[in-house]
Design a protein around this ligand. Sequence first.
Ligand SMILES: NC(=O)c1ccc[n+]([C@@H]2O[C@H](COP(=O)([O-])OP(=O)(O)OC[C@H]3O[C@@H](n4cnc5c(N)ncnc54)[C@H](OP(=O)(O)O)[C@@H]3O)[C@@H](O)[C@H]2O)c1
Length: 339
Amino acid sequence: MQGPVAASPRPRRVFVLGATGTIGSATVRALVARGHEVVCLVRPRAGVGGRLGAQDSARLLPGAALRLGDAGDPASLSRDGFRGERFDALVSCLASRSGAPADAWAVDHRAHVHALRAAREAGAAQVVLLSALCVQKPRLAFQHAKLAFEQALIGSGVDYSIVRPTAFFKSLSGQVERVRQGKPFLLFGDGRLTACKPVSDDDLAAYLAGCLDDPQRRNRVLPIGGPGPAVTPREQGEELFRLLGRPPRFRRVPVALLDAIIGGLSAAGRVLPSAAAKAELARIGRYYATESMLLLDPGTGRYDAAATPETGRETLFDFYARLVRGDEALPQRGDHAVF
Ligand SMILES: NC(=O)c1ccc[n+]([C@@H]2O[C@H](COP(=O)([O-])OP(=O)(O)OC[C@H]3O[C@@H](n4cnc5c(N)ncnc54)[C@H](OP(=O)(O)O)[C@@H]3O)[C@@H](O)[C@H]2O)c1
């Protein structure tokens, strides 16, 4: 939880997309706390699996004005969202919930292209975009979709802050429950193939909100992690067992197994669309099993923990401690539960 925050020196009228998501809802809290006037376009059924009705979304986003509509539909974006009014900035945490190729291109690219146009028509001079650090090594459809919009934004002439965070706490909490139930922690390889500097929802939200006021974050692509040091999956497992007061138990999963699954699903995917979709999800899983969420040094092709910028103070291990004590509920991971 964040302490009191300083008000923005220049409160603005901000249009927010993706407000019902994990980072979007935290970002709305951060914007409201800084004194901005926040207007969000949310779907009538929002949240993981459409579990949030309009009243639930309103409870999730206190202090913000809610408008019901569909950011994926350009007509709704203008009619229900911007409504011909003036805004100073667009902040977008909108992202495909599945990462499946068609959805990623529809949401991470096309919806953003329309939103950028509508925001400019509304007079917005600044755009803050939640992207992802993994686009620095694009291998997956959703990464290409994100990059395509990043390029469109950079080329648009509007002031931008493209924020590329490392891993979120929710994506690193998928094994808390199985370990609590006495099962081993699953590792790819020896559990040291990758590392990341996890960033909390509120720390990332504060960073995103701060982009509106910090000239150093303007017209820049901003890789960002939480407070270091970088942690490996093995260290995550060790900490969980320590917090539970149990001896560590790991089960190693060979990366080759994922390759075999991807191969099988891709072959089946030539005739079965559902298998093709699963193959892409398996490719996403393999990517995160083998690529670090740290800054990539283009010269060496290596990930560089020390060079990965940091923000905030909340650590993943503080979060694990709260989960284990029961002070915090396990985050809803929805479609991302696959990785
Ligand atoms: N997970 C990680 O560790 C990690 C790390 C770095 C970067 N990232 C990036 O962070 C982003 C995900 O952030 P998050 O976890 O906060 O997202 P999230 O919880 O999945 O929320 C996504 C938001 O986008 C909205 N949305 C999705 N599809 C939509 C559609 N078709 N039409 C209208 N709205 C739609 C959702 O609205 P509804 O509530 O109506 O569905 C929700 O508000 C992605 O870009 C990801 O690449 C993730």
